[in-house]
Design a protein around this ligand. Structure first.
Ligand code: FE
Ligand code: ZN
Length: 486
């Protein structure tokens, strides 16, 4: 976005505000010294490197200016050398974070230690921008005073007198915090293994909590029209006998502008990307007795059928395809992209990514996550319901983690690095898995769960789960259109 006709300081502040940041006056002063022609690109770099900050400091600016200086010195030196291609750029598509090809976990004890350390460090780093914590082991030296502690939630339990005890752990030790009346509801919703901060009064034995802080996403009220739209779908379950082929066909027709409705034609023409967030096929052997619910019982043939269906979509639309728990990759998250034997069946306009995957589509950052952890959130937080999956997704953003709780229904592979931490703030968080539809905007992030193309299964009947099939959200950065193909 270009802003004109404002004085330099206001311009700088406004440009940061557009990206969702506050900026310290000293940082503004320093930025006023750079060439106006370079200001935009410098501000962009600062926003990229400080994506998890709330306020841009003078040091943040200095860091970026130094690296630009170094880069230009290097470039001058290398003027005559041939240029190297950097990144993973493909038709405006950039893969920012994805486990595919990088998995190195063997499930050893050391792997688990490294995994939880990575989770703690990444989330503590986000919290430290707002909180100056006391290491838990250092509490022993303090008699009584106000403290802030960052820790991983080890346990949460209610006492006989109605208080809640939160057991927190950091790399140095373990401490208990007591949450009374005011914080009780919040404390009861804490999930094991999430990283939070507790502020309160240390009495020499425990902390009497007066505040719980989540890593959270910063408030960003500024949204811009992207100039194109993305269609969000998931859980096609190709190969299942409950796959709604007629409903899918209506979506295919819409995408190919086979309608006289001008508004729908215009909408279909605005779609540049379709994201399919997992459970592409129904799979085989996913649950006992599944063979009775399949129309195609061979996994290879299921993907062949899936590829045929995707091929019906217009070839100029790029399809970003991630796996889910029904697909033919490992069950534990993060899941790599589909192996070549299946991915090679799909047409050229399909880009395969892992689950989760953070992708940049023409400058729009989309966090794709199949959404298996939503089941865990639903069972742990009673106020959440399958009718409003977006509310559970907001809890993921608040916790800055795609699968906050370890050891429940959502299996997590102990990679050395925790790929499930939401380090960069996305423009969109897209999930599926629960087969219901819900969308909202949370702190500037468009949150969407994109239902399914499968009618109610026997399992869902038994569990009293009511899917909302055939709903597609189409979003352009400002407006969402919800299309129902049933
Ligand atoms: Fe599914
Ligand atoms: Zn699923």
């Amino acid at each position: 976005m270009v802003i004109k006709d404002v004085d330099n300081s206001k311009l700088i502040i406004k440009k940061f505000a557009l990206e969702g940041f506050n900026v310290h006056p000293s940082a503004v002063e320093l930025l006023k010294t750079v060439k106006p022609s370079e200001l935009d690109s410098i501000i962009n770099s600062i926003c990229k490197t400080c994506s998890s900050s709330f306020i841009i400091t003078v040091n943040d600016v200095k860091k970026v200016l130094n690296s630009i200086q170094k880069k230009s010195e290097k470039e001058n030196k290398n003027m005559n050398k041939p240029k190297l291609k950097v990144g993973n750029k493909k038709d405006g598509i950039q893969l920012i974070k994805d486990i595919s090809g990088k998995s190195c976990c063997q499930g050893k004890v050391e792997d688990f230690v490294a995994y939880f350390n990575s989770r703690y460090e990444k989330l503590a780093y986000i919290l430290k921008r707002r909180i100056n914590p006391t290491p838990i082991s250092a509490l022993r030296k303090i008699k009584s005073q106000k403290v802030d502690v960052i820790g991983m939630v080890n346990d949460v339990r209610e006492t006989n007198n109605g208080n809640v005890i939160i057991e927190l752990e950091d790399k140095t030790g373990l401490v208990c915090a007591i949450a009374g009346d005011k914080l009780k509801d919040c404390a009861m919703e804490l999930l094991g293994d999430e990283v939070i901060s507790v502020s309160g009064f240390w009495n020499g034995r425990y902390i009497i909590a007066d505040r719980i802080t989540f890593p959270e996403v910063p408030i960003n009220g500024n949204r811009v029209n992207w100039g194109f739209s993305i269609a969000f779908i998931s859980d096609t379950h190709f190969g299942s006998n409950t796959f709604m082929e007629d409903v899918w066909q209506k979506f295919v027709s819409f995408m190919n502008c086979e309608t006289k409705n001008e508004r729908l034609v215009e909408l279909a023409n605005s779609i540049k990307y379709i994201i399919l967030a997992g459970d592409v096929v129904d799979g085989v052997g996913i649950y006992p007795g599944q063979e009775n619910e399949l129309s195609i019982t061979d996994i290879y043939e299921q993907y062949e059928f899936a590829a045929e269906q995707i091929e019906k979509l217009p070839p100029h639309v790029k399809v970003i395809l991630a796996p889910g728990n029904h697909d033919a990759v490992r069950q534990a998250e993060p899941q790599p992209k589909l192996p070549n034997e299946f991915s090679s069946l799909f047409p050229k306009n399909v880009i395969h990514v892992g689950n989760p995957a953070l992708v940049m589509l023409d400058g729009v950052k989309v966090q794709i996550y199949h959404g298996r952890s939503i089941d865990d959130l639903m069972s742990e937080i009673p106020r959440l319901s399958y009718d409003k999956p977006e509310e559970a997704m907001v809890e993921l953003l608040k916790r800055r983690h795609l699968a906050p709780q370890y050891g429940k229904r959502c299996p997590i592979a102990p990679e050395k690095e925790d790929y499930l931490v939401i380090e960069e703030i996305p423009d969109v968080l897209h999930s599926g898995h629960v087969h219901t539809f819900g969308a909202t905007v949370y702190r500037g992030v468009f949150v969407v769960n994109s239902s399914t193309w499968q009618s109610q299964t026997e399992f869902q009947k038994k569990m009293n789960l009511n899917p909302m099939p055939g709903i597609v959200a189409i979003y352009d950065g400002i407006n969402m259109t919800k299309l129902k193909f049933t």
